[in-house]
Design a protein. Structure first.
Lengths: 564, 348, 195
């Protein structure tokens, strides 16, 4: 059982949590001016959860429109705004903030540090990201725009030129898109710099790089990758803004500009971006699966090497999003090879997780349920990715619902499932209360059923020739029934997310007391009280292995005897 | 207890996925023609792609069965049981041999799949164009397709006619792809993979249809508000049908005397600014060529059937059929539109 | 609780300076932005449909370049001064660095004035577009550097900075060196290769 008072290199003061309740305005003010990584982490996660609901509502509206052929629920202008905003929101205002938020909270704790390397930069970055999101959503109401329907961008989250240039997008729609993302991109850059500096410069004594928890490793890799991933998008968006507002000709075909250049620049950002989204969840899985299998992660050095390998190779695969633009056969072949190659370290990770479970004693509480589903779903997503990497087959599948199915399998089936796992896992540490297991299981099973109903079916409607980005389809195309099923699944997922939100609200008030270490885990965050005091650790920890709490709980069988 | 339910659900879901992944290809071929399944190819490049896709499915299916099976086994076999003591299982930190094995095997799989893929890429993309292949220039517009047959002197829109190709008499069609405005993509799944139409960047693709019939497709690169209704119809004709169609399309526009009123409305109102009809003064190129409008089955790039009533509705208010399309409502009186429709219906 | 045996590795615990790591990370990100603009510049060389070509209108900014690159030397020298606590020498060399940076900005402004009066703007043709955006992006970074240099100079002259701030000065100097290094690349691409 978990030890309630684990000393780390000296006495640990299990700080009392009683404080006088300040007036509401003062408490809000504290949150607005905070530079504490834990509070900023919570702000990021709450911000992301809010936009998850908003972008989810956009998705559900689209699914109502597509549930039957020739539907008139959404006019095309609004539908186009919704799919643009849904994608943009989910990537920039949900995915990145929630993952960087969890990292903000957990990374300093896991490396035994007091806070991030640059706490004020941390706060600044959060507010920049937050403001960028608000600016993006202001577009819905700022000005009446064309057709009286607001100025939200409607050119797809990829905003291909020349559709996104002034002649074809006259209003300020694309300007909102570019500017909001440039601003929030600077926020992301600040957080990435912070995480790199924190992991390299703030580790506690004894924690060499090869003793860092894998979540920290993955956040280091992700943050380094982010530095050169977001910035190409910023550059391209500046170019687009110059074209639209100062008459520049970067993407102006009439002046000799190139639409292809935008496509290259966008995907030079876009592909590593999806690895920025997925690598943190590899780290989360590498924390949860060992604890719930009661075994150390299998092949830690291989996992580190695979993560670094994935990050590097992911920089060289971007044109697999462009197999249909008319690159030469040699160009296409190169990107087939690089894309297939990135599948190898990814597969190695799956095998290592499998080997971690093998021979263990698996406990199926909610975090592990989500992780097991993640393993199956990520496997399938990787395999459909291999299918898409076969360029001639991609000439059929590209821009069809098969691609949407594939990337939602990754974004929802792997990433969102894992984010839920992370929340169930770390909620006790952050709040001191356990989330309800009963509600958690309802959440899990409903979400699983809805997810598969929607995204398994979606593969087939893509094979039947349905392209993406269409606001309606004719009755005789044979896509009606499948689309209806997809829409039903979407609503089931929506209900599951509502149950989750209800679980959070109810557990905050009436959840079981968690204690320091409810899961009997092994990394440093579980040595602090729940929630940790502002200073995290009363005295700086000293570690001797990858699992400092394992060493303390098993003094006759410590890890450092076996680690290479 | 939940621990018993997990293995059942896991087994069930992967059996379902297994079945789905291996669904017999022939099942796809019995679909109506308006459902253009990529698994029902009717042309040489689409067939090569289909073969490659089945090969890829076999490999990925095999990987899924092995890895998924091992995963399912692991979570069932190694689950914590109610009567377990609280001891921790043996801690295994890794194994170099195992890591090597599951690195080398995927590399070998990748090599095989890559070489197979590369062969098909070169076979399709670098297929040399035969001297007597049919040449068609496709120009993508918001939101319609312009087709030109330069060697035959034909200009038409939205509905492409090509001859069928047989072993004895191969007749591939080579498409030169251009764009007049934004990015589009030409996708008729049963005939070929898609290729994009990008302004300032000409592309080439080819089809070699082996069965006559009508094949559906549509624009596959988001191009604006009516992207969804930029449909494609490809009519694969017998040699005789194709020759007849060509001869008809090469004529100038019909000049039936009883619809002279309608023709006058066409020529004197703004219609001629955007549309062309060979043999009249109308030379506009912003909209589709209407010289043989009545020979087509649909109007507005497949958004409506080509009937007098639909044509009336279209001219009166294009937004009612394709909201946001670039044809304005010309504010003609109903009577004028009826005359116009009568004229257009004679343009076979 | 039982004592935790000490294993080697906990003594001599030295980690890299977080300021330098942070600055190097920023430089990495900025390099990516510049790379995209340089790629755009090189891609569009020779592709103009109309308008002046680089050869017709560009003069090689030799003096500007000498000033900017010398400022890297002066800032390096100033770092050596503050390491030894020689604040007056530090302030003098720091001010010289700032002056050289400002000269570069003035020189660039004059160059642009001449080009604009000669008919080259960002909307003239592809060359105009890529030239002003790439050189402008660099000049923006020089401005930011100059603002930083000015603030530090003010803090120095009012006596707030001393030897203990050496590492922070070195961290800032990394940024200034980066700006100069980017100029080497931009200069080569725009005035040598592209002309």
């Amino acid at each position: 059982m978990a030890d309630q008072s684990i000393p780390i290199g000296g006495s640990l003061d299990a700080a009392p949590r009683e404080r006088e309740r300040l007036p509401l305005l003062d408490r809000l003010h504290e949150w607005v001016v905070t530079v504490d990584h834990k509070r900023l982490g919570i702000l990021y996660v709450l911000y992301a959860l809010f936009f998850l609901v908003v972008a989810g509502a956009e998705a559900l509206s689209m699914r109502v429109q597509l549930a039957v052929p020739n539907n008139h629920f959404l006019p095309p202008e609004i539908y186009d705004q919704f799919f643009t905003m849904h994608g943009t929101t989910m990537v920039f205002l949900v995915g990145m903030p929630i993952l960087f938020g969890i990292a903000n909270y957990i990374v300093p704790l896991q490396i035994g540090a007091r806070d991030m390397a640059f706490p004020r930069l941390n706060a600044f970055s959060f507010w920049l990201t937050a403001f960028g999101g608000i600016l993006l959503y202001w577009s819905y109401i700022g000005g009446f725009g064309l057709y009286g329907m607001g100025n939200a961008p409607d050119v797809g989250w990829w905003a291909y030129a020349p559709l996104s240039t002034k002649p074809f997008s006259i209003g300020p729609t694309v300007d909102y898109w570019a500017l909001a993302l440039i601003v929030s991109g600077f926020g992301t850059l600040g957080t990435a710099i912070n995480i790199v500096a924190t992991t390299l410069s703030m580790r506690c004594k004894g924690m060499t790089l090869l003793r860092m928890p894998l979540f920290v490793w993955l956040m280091l890799v992700v943050s380094a990758l982010t530095l050169i991933t977001i910035t190409p998008l910023t550059a391209a968006q500046v170019m687009l803004l110059l074209d639209r507002n100062l008459g520049a000709h970067f993407f102006d075909a009439q002046a000799g500009g190139s639409a292809l250049l935008w496509i290259h620049f966008f995907w030079i950002f876009g592909h590593p971006e999806v690895y920025v989204l997925v690598l943190p969840v590899f780290g989360i899985a590498s924390e949860i699966i060992p604890v719930f299998s009661r075994k150390a992660i299998f092949g830690y050095p291989a996992m580190v090497a695979a993560s670094v390998g994935i990050a590097f190779v992911s920089l060289g695969v971007w044109a697999h999003h462009m197999f249909t633009v008319g690159m030469s056969s040699v160009g296409n072949t190169f990107f087939v090879l690089s894309t297939m190659m990135v599948g190898i370290p990814t597969g190695i990770k799956i095998f290592n997780w499998l080997a971690t479970i093998w021979g263990g004693k698996v406990r199926f509480q909610t975090p592990m349920l989500f992780c097991v589903a993640f393993l199956f779903q990520f496997l399938i997503a990787g395999l459909t990715g291999i299918m898409l990497s076969v360029a001639p087959w991609d000439w059929q599948l590209h821009n069809s619902y098969f691609v949407i199915a594939h990337f939602h399998y990754v974004l929802v089936g792997a990433i969102i499932f894992n984010i839920f796992a992370a929340v169930y896992y770390w909620f006790p540490k952050v709040t001191g209360k356990m989330l309800s297991e009963t509600l958690g299981k309802w959440h899990f099973w409903l979400f699983l059923i809805g997810f598969h109903l929607t995204f398994d079916t979606m593969h087939f409607v893509g094979i039947l020739g349905m392209p993406r980005s269409i606001y309606t389809y004719e009755a005789n195309r044979g896509w009606g029934t499948l689309n209806f099923i997809i829409s039903v699944g979407a609503f089931i997922q929506g209900i599951a997310v509502l149950i989750f939100l209800w679980n959070v609200i109810v557990s905050l008030r009436k959840g079981k007391e968690a204690g320091n270490d409810p899961w009997d885990a092994w990394t440093l965050e579980w040595a602090t009280p729940s929630p940790p005091p502002a200073y995290n650790f009363a005295s700086d920890p000293v570690v001797h292995s990858r699992r400092p709490l394992w060493d303390i709980k098993h003094p006759d069988d410590p890890d450092w005897k076996y680690e290479s | 207890m939940i621990r018993e339910h997990v293995p059942h659900a896991a087994r069930l879901s992967f059996l379902l996925i297994l079945t789905a992944a291996f669904a017999a290809p022939s099942a796809w071929a019995d679909l109506p023609q308006q459902t253009p399944s990529i698994f029902a190819p009717a042309s040489a490049p689409a067939s090569s792609i289909f073969g490659l896709s089945i090969f890829t499915l076999a490999i990925t299916g095999g990987i899924f069965v092995v890895v998924g099976g091992l995963l399912a086994f692991a979570i069932i076999r190694y689950r914590e049981r109610a009567n377990d003591d609280t001891s921790e299982p043996p801690q295994i930190y890794g194994s170099m041999q195992v890591e090597l094995a599951w690195t080398v095997i995927p590399i070998l799989i990748v090599v095989v799949l890559f070489l197979t893929t590369a062969r098909i890429i070169f076979a399709i993309q670098d297929a040399p164009q035969p001297k007597d292949a049919l040449d068609v220039t496709v120009i993508g517009h918001q939101f319609w397709w312009e087709f030109r047959y330069p060697k035959l002197g034909i200009v038409t829109a939205n509905e492409l006619h090509v001859p069928v190709s047989t072993a004895r008499d191969p007749e591939p069609t080579y498409l030169h792809l251009l764009s007049a405005d934004v990015d589009h993509s030409f996708w008729v799944p049963q005939l070929a993979g898609k290729t994009d139409l990008i302004p300032n960047h000409p592309n080439e693709t080819w089809i070699e249809p082996t069965h006559t019939g009508l094949y559906y497709g549509q624009c596959a690169q988001f191009c604006g508000v009516e992207h969804a209704k930029m449909l494609l119809r490809v009519y694969v004709d017998t040699p005789a049908q194709f020759a007849a169609w060509v001869k008809d399309q090469q004529q100038a526009g019909a000049e039936e005397p009883q619809v002279a009123a309608g023709r006058e409305i066409f020529e004197t109102h703004a219609c001629a600014n955007c549309h062309a009809i060979k043999g009249t003064g109308a030379l506009g190129t912003f909209g589709p060529d209407l010289t043989h409008l009545a020979s087509r089955d649909t109007i507005a790039a497949g958004a409506a059937n080509n009937t007098p009533q639909e044509l009336f509705n279209w001219i009166k208010n294009p937004d009612s059929i394709k909201p946001g399309c670039l044809m304005p409502s010309m504010q003609l009186s109903d009577n004028d539109i009826h005359e116009l429709v009568a004229y257009l219906e004679t343009l076979h | 609780m039982s004592a935790i045996p000490v294993t080697p590795g906990a003594e001599n615990w030295e980690l890299p300076s977080r300021g330098k790591v942070g600055m190097l990370s920023l430089i990495t990100g900025e390099s990516a932005i510049f790379t995209i603009f340089v790629v755009g510049y090189v891609f569009y060389l020779g592709k103009d449909i109309s308008g002046p070509t680089p050869k017709q209108v560009l003069d090689i900014p030799v003096f500007n370049t000498i000033c900017l690159l010398s400022s890297s030397v002066t800032i390096w020298l100033s770092e050596r001064q503050i390491e030894r606590g020689r604040m007056k020498a530090f302030a003098a060399l720091w001010a010289l660095t700032l002056a050289l940076g400002i000269e570069f900005l003035i020189g660039t402004a004059l160059e642009w004035k001449k080009l604009i009066e000669g008919g080259l703007t960002i909307r003239t043709n592809l060359f105009g577009t890529t030239f002003y955006s790439l050189v402008g992006l660099h000049a923006t970074h020089v401005v930011i550097g100059a603002v930083g240099l000015t603030l530090i100079l003010i803090f120095t002259l009012t006596g707030h900075i001393n030897e203990s701030h050496t590492e922070r000065i070195q961290t800032f100097a990394l940024y200034w060196h980066f700006v100069d290094a980017v100029w080497v690349v931009v200069f080569t691409v725009v005035y040598i290769v592209g002309r």
